[in-house]
Design a protein around this ligand. Sequence first.
Ligand SMILES: [Fe+2]
Length: 287
Amino acid sequence: MSTKSPPDSLLPDIVEPIVVFGGPYGNLQALQELKRICHELNIPPRRIFCTGDLAAYCAQPLESIAFVRSWGIHVIAGNVELQLAADQADCGCNFNEGSVCDALSNKWYGFIRQEITQDQIQWFHTLPQHIRFVVAGYRCVIIHGAYTGTAKFIYHSTPWQEKQFELDAADADVILTGHCGIPFLHSQGNHIWANAGVIGMPPNDGTTLAWYLLLTPQDNELLFETRAFAYDHNTAAQRIESCNVVPEYAEALRYGIWPGNDMLPKLEKAQQGRPLIPEKLSVERLK
Ligand SMILES: [Fe+2]
């Protein structure tokens, strides 16, 4: 995977709530609904962060990229943006050859590669891979999969030592991430790994919901919340069926089960089809 991208973005300290979300995956309907929710929460674009993979399994990659650009939020490059920008032949996830994920990713990635415009590719080249800021005294870094590898999959069941290794490598107290498709919060003391989940595909939990992360600095604490939302998933599914690239993902939007789960660890495989519950985590302010 290409690592040629702009240096980390460094933002001023943040004192108000922020929204982090992952993987729009070409699901324009989910993006539209999340924008409405952010407006309702009174969170402006400068406090909204997308962890990348704007285009993937769903049918409206170009419209979704254009939507995010015109929204004016912060965006980092995911593996999809990096691979397209580097004119690579696959999505960079290194799925096992012959697996369902491998076969399907060849189809959707090929479709996007044909559709994408040069202007959008040029914009991908401008996206940082990490964004840094401080909130409530915590040094936060927004990343895609892992700090030491954009396409590395880190799940709730991934041992804490691996997460701590990434936090140390990133020189961070908090990592805010996406990529693996399933939201979760995991902490050890004042170190936190917060996966926002993705909005373009349900988290393999048998529901049609999309997920994001709300981070709220309060008087004495910093609050992390994973939140779910419903959107017009039927239209998103119909769009996939009408372009007929990977119809399996229309089923995933309608029934909440991924067509392939061969990359999942044992624990996350066992949770397939069980509705996720929103999580909350509160830590004391460091300043
Ligand atoms: Fe990804």
